[in-house]
Design a protein around this ligand. Sequence first.
Ligand code: ADP
Ligand code: MG
Length: 800
Amino acid sequence: VKKDEDVREGTHKKEDCKPAVFIPVDRLPEIQEARLRLPILAEEQVIMEAVRENECVVLCGETGSGKTTQVPQFLYEAGYASSGGIIGVTEPRRVAAISMSHRVATEMNLPSGVVSYQIRYEGNVTENTKIKFMTDGVLLKEIQKDFLLQKYRVVIIDEAHERSVYTDILIGLLSRIVPLRNKKGLPMKLIIMSATLRVEDFTENKRLFRTPPPVIKVEARQFAVTVHFNKRTPVDNYTGEAFRGILVFLTGQAEVHSVCRRLRKAFPYRPHREHTGSVLCSQSLSQSLPRINLDSYSALPADEGDEDRQAGIDDDYNEGSDLELELGDHPDKEKADPSIPLYVLPLYSLLAPELQAKVFHPPPAGARLCVIATNVAETSLTIPGVKYVVDCGRVKKRFYDRVTGVSSFKVTWISQASANQRAGRAGRTEPGHCYRLYSSAVFGDFSLFSEAEITRRPVDDLVLQMKDLNIEKVVNFPFPTPPSSEALISAEQLLISLGALEEPPRHGRARLSCPITPLGRAMAAFPVAPRYAKMLALGRQQGCMPYIITIVAAMTVREIFEDYDRPAGSEEENTKMAGKKARSVQMRRLWAGQGQSVQLGDLMVLLGAVGACEFAGCTHQFCEENGLRYKAMLEIRRLRGQLTNAVNAVCSDAGVYVDNQMAPPTESQVLCLRQIVLAGLGDHIARRVQAEELLDPKWRNGYKTPLLDDPVFIHPSSALHKTLPEFVVYQEIMETTKMYMRGVCAVQAEWIPKLLPQYCHFSAPEESPAPWFCPLSGRVKCHQQSTFYRVSWKLPAIEM
Ligand code: ADP
Ligand code: MG
């Protein structure tokens, strides 16, 4: 302890920037004691020296070694936040940004106005903020406003090993910004922190850093973890296997809940009574588990963005009973003793923050903490006192087909790096055990590392952001891992057709270097994907803006409706759920409206739901009663405010405001809204199949899209499921049991050549009906026929 304190003082004295505004840190004794046990404390001097001598430093250390919580404190105490600039820390996950800011504030005994956080919708940053945790997307937006990031004295990119898209882009941008700052005499430091040692993509990449940054490794005081592989071939019923565990890794929220429920039943913890020690035998329990339809698995609402995914139901291919892990194998009898009550806690990204924080507190006396978690517990959050890890070996990921634009969630095997991360969670305070629910042969087939997210998803939003930063040749950007040129080309094409980029001259300029248009700049100012930004840019017609803002906000938020198809437990729960589901279906029908508004389809339902909810004061009760996700509604509310501000900033005379008593749109407004939606989602168009295709039964009620060979369908929960309009646009296609369009809106054929001329082929002017003189424009007008894109749908003639 003595030595560590010396190190601390030494660092203090050596630092050249003397605190001008420096609130001294006065930690509580128990906090200080816990800190001193962290491996990173021993490296403070080495780290701070490297930071002083280099513009950029890469720091690798096992999860739990103290990177996230301690490095900002080192920098603060060394005076990096005392000469005006602040310390910024980016996280790929919102959960981490919030919880780490709270933790660091607690450790430093400073208020949240000094150690703060900022995520997309909320934050507690003040002008006194010295350490700011934020999601990587937030910092990217700030770069757009101030390329030199002059607010920041140090930027820490945390969890770089996750290779989230924004993190990758930030590293690329900062590799340019930091030298520029230092050249201008505005000193700035960059620290890249990673939980794995695989950092060559950052250090050996000559396009990123001409001189490779030093890599500092923090040796974690990791205890041995005995890995127990499953002896049998992989089981599909891994939630049955994971049944006894301490930190259990599963893939999604629904799985987490179902295992929690089963564990609570089997190892009851009763807070008010002395525990009796009798528990259900696990075998009979697993036989009494409800069977779940596998098909419904991926049909659940999809999660989006920075967090793990929401959907997920147990497979039920096998009976759990004959696949139980053989726990009697090893000498640690305590583990197999079913008489110890379990204090079971779920942990996943969408869980309310106060419930998430529970995992950091010790369990009640006599009970054993058992956390059932998704991937969030792999590296972002370190749970204290874990001795046993149960790893299902899988993760749920969003897959995106670059060519067709179809998304799906799939549960896939994790990488070896991830598996080792998970196992490592067991050996933090003493030797531990990791139970892998897969064999060593299966482990051998895992890929070594997970691939960077940027190679797996569309990049149109990134390309637009970069063009707005005047990076015209996006291909030359120093990506740690570049996206495929295919992905860059399709992004550029989409942006050209949305009018955000200038159309390249037919034989001129090389591809992938089109400059941004004024419309593109306006679109880049909106914190939503380009298609939605286009809708906002067009929203100022017939008073449609507040509606468009609401629709866009609702579309970009993860599923707004409660999911009543998840597995319940008891008969009673099932009945209750069925009742709620019926009510929710009824409400959706009501929100879909009548007349014209029905044609706006699912977007009208979104608008109606948000409108009704806000009208009722957006209460928890209203949401609960009407099948809305309260958390989603709050998010929409914040996003509406944010988008409204953005619209007013882009066009100062727009004068829109958030009206919580918003009347439903008029018939003509609905017509206008549908056209705006068409203009934004123009490449997401589908046409009901024609008579000749119906010969094949698979096309019944199907729709044809320009890019897919197979039919797509309107989901039974859609407002347009019965109507089946001829032309529709959709928000996205999710592949579950079939390919379903989500967020469907009906459009009229004659709008297509007018609003989407870039996708149409036009005929020569027609003689019949005869051309006529238009007194308004003073020009001769005539008819033109058009066909749509590659599918050559014949569209009605328009006047030209
Ligand atoms: P790393 O970033 O290297 O993975 P962290 O800085 O996140 O490590 O964690 C360091 C230590 O702080 C861990 O032992 C972790 O358990 C502890 N810790 C983090 N957050 C909390 C919290 N909210 N309450 C109690 N302990 C915490
Ligand atoms: Mg961390």
